[in-house]
Write a protein that binds this ligand. Structure first.
Ligand SMILES: Nc1ncnc2c1ncn2[C@@H]1O[C@H](COP(=O)(O)OP(=O)(O)OP(=O)(O)O)[C@@H](O)[C@H]1O
Length: 533
């Protein structure tokens, strides 16, 4: 599977691991073969609680040759052991689950931990063949049967009643003749492990969050800030520079929180009683930017207000002016901005007198401004003027510890807004934390809002996620072709409805008629609120 790369974490690898495989190939950044990662290695890493370590530390060059098991104990000795009270006592005192079958795959014994982890009772499985348990949907796949078939130890991920995921390691016990006499399996709960890990992450973060923001004035509007290890230095620096008038350049992808940091700096500055004005230089038509920034005198151009208008520089007088997407400012206006920034003075469009203001300037861009300077597309003198302090705001994929608290924060927000009480399942959190979030925090917020609105059950689970986020493994692992096709169809319809807002446009985008989409929506219980006709 090309999906496995050296940077992948144990946690991500284990959730993707194809059912029934013992090993998968791993590739390096250039696409070259780097070795194998085995289920045994993942299992060992999970047992040591190394969920966030990269798999590169566990990759091996060659697959191990299967161990030949000791077979000096006779079959009757084993038989009397498995039937003894002593065996029950020993296995029942273990924290991990234990499952014992005979050499044909018929269940002989399960310990108490196995019953706790899986919810399966001994009477449900005792004397039953593993194949039968698969048919009944109690387990998804049998490591014991695999071990019998291969006559080798096998480790794999199994689903219990389509809910919990467990790691099962099965070891065959062989006779001198090489027949499998018994299979001994040990079992660990991954769902629980992952949940515990996230709970721990969340606790650590909540603690830090409180520690870092407790100094904020009440109702400052920043009660819900999530500050993780990667962004803490930025907020500390923001606090330090807030008290000065130093010009700040915020760089970072879209939706990473540049505008939020600008507001934070303003709120912590001596200008916090003044206005915070924000303008997106890329969103205004080029011919209007100058008037928006600097204002204009009466009758200075066609379409202008008779009485003239103040520009945003004047509106921000005494406060902070945040110029977003500064790289989009046309070159000819960069000269005027430079002068305004240096002297806090400028002329309105069509004006003859200078206007004096007292404004603190913060700028932001998602581009690399230095490169634009080198290419001659941004003035070097202005670049140095605006960039006394630079903040590089990292993308969400490099702030993974913040994903879970952000999901929680938005879940609370939208639960309140829509009067719902939705919860995200641990497995779903797992997928959401491992996703790359190209659209950053805004995309995350948008997805949580959608999930709160469109899901029917209280629990938001992996199957509720849009197709681009759904793990491929689920699609092959569960359900018949018909069920899987229906799931996909439902997701595609939901996506289209969400994107286009009306059944007509959604139907068009999917290449079906409006009546067909309406019928399918009835079938899949999809509703559209306030559809525009
Ligand atoms: N540390 C944080 N904690 C909580 N919410 C945050 C945090 N950072 C950003 N957000 C939220 O994420 C959303 C996007 O942030 P923001 O608008 O500041 O990003 P941006 O980088 O300015 O985006 P753009 O470049 O598109 O203007 C906002 O709703 C903001 O409140």
């Amino acid at each position: 599977m090309k999906d496995y790369n050296l940077k992948m974490t144990i946690e991500a690898a284990i959730t993707h691991f194809p059912q029934g495989s013992n090993a998968v190939k791993v590739y390096d950044e250039t696409g070259g073969f780097a070795g194998y990662i085995t289920m045994d290695a993942l299992s060992a890493a999970v047992q040591q609680g190394e969920l966030t370590r990269p798999i590169s530390q566990f990759v091996i060059a060659d697959l191990p040759i299967p161990n030949m098991l000791p077979n000096s104990i006779s079959s009757s000795q084993f038989e009397s052991f498995f039937q003894s009270e002593f065996c029950r006592l020993v296995f029942n005192s273990l924290y991990d689950g234990v499952y014992v079958t005979d050499g044909k795959g018929t269940t002989l014994f399960i310990n108490k931990a196995y019953q706790r982890i899986t919810g399966i009772k001994e009477e449900e499985v005792y004397g039953k063949h593993m194949g039968h348990l698969i048919e009944e949907g109690i387990i998804s796949i049998s490591a014991s049967l695999e071990a019998i078939l291969k006559k080798q130890p096998v480790t794999l991920i199994q689903k219990i009643r389509n809910e919990r995921r467990i790691i099962v390691s099965s070891t065959p016990i062989m006779s001198a003749k090489g027949d499998v006499l018994y299979v001994l399996s040990s079992v660990r709960d991954i769902t629980e492990l992952i949940r515990l890990k996230h709970e721990l992450d969340l606790q650590k973060l909540t603690f830090k969050h409180v520690a870092d923001t407790s100094f904020l004035p009440e109702h400052s509007g920043f009660d819900n800030l999530v500050i993780g290890p990667s962004t803490r230095p930025l907020f500390k620096l923001a606090d330090k520079v807030a008290k000065t008038d130093a010009k700040i350049l915020l760089q970072g992808e879209t939706g990473v929180g540049k505008s939020l940091i600008a507001k934070y700096i303003h709120s912590r500055s001596l200008r916090s009683n003044g206005t915070f004005m924000e303008i997106n230089c890329g969103a205004i038509p080029e011919h209007l930017v100058e008037a928006e920034l600097f204002g204009y005198e009466p009758g200075s151009f066609t379409g202008a207000l008779k009485q003239g208008k103040k520009g945003i520089f004047e509106e921000a007088n005494g406060g902070t002016l945040f110029l977003d997407e500064i790289a989009d400012l046309p070159l000819h206006l960069q000269v005027k901005l430079l002068k305004a920034v240096e002297e806090n003075r400028f002329m309105r469009v069509g004006g003859t007198e200078t206007v004096q203001v007292d404004v603190r300037i913060i700028t932001a861009t998602h581009r690399n401004l230095k490169n634009l300077v080198n290419e001659g597309r941004f003035r070097e003198d202005l670049y140095y003027r605006l960039n006394i302090v630079t903040f590089e705001v990292p993308p969400l994929r490099d702030r993974r510890e913040e994903i879970m608290p952000l999901l929680e924060m938005y879940l609370n927000r939208y639960n309140t807004k829509y009067e719902e009480d939705k919860k995200i399942t641990p497995e779903c959190y797992e997928w959401l934390t491992n996703y790359g979030w190209p659209g950053n925090i805004r995309e995350l917020a948008n997805l949580v809002e959608r999930l709160v609105v469109i899901t029917f059950n209280t629990d938001i689970d992996v199957s509720d996620l849009p197709p681009f986020l759904q793990p491929a493994i689920l699609k092959t692992e569960t359900g018949t072709l018909k069920e899987e096709t229906a799931k996909l169809e439902r997701s595609l319809i939901l996506e289209a409805i969400h994107q286009y807002g009306s059944t007509r446009s959604a139907a068009k985008s999917l290449g079906i008629s409006q009546s067909a989409i309406v019928q399918k929506m009835k079938k899949y219980h999809i509703r559209v609120e306030n559809e525009s006709k």
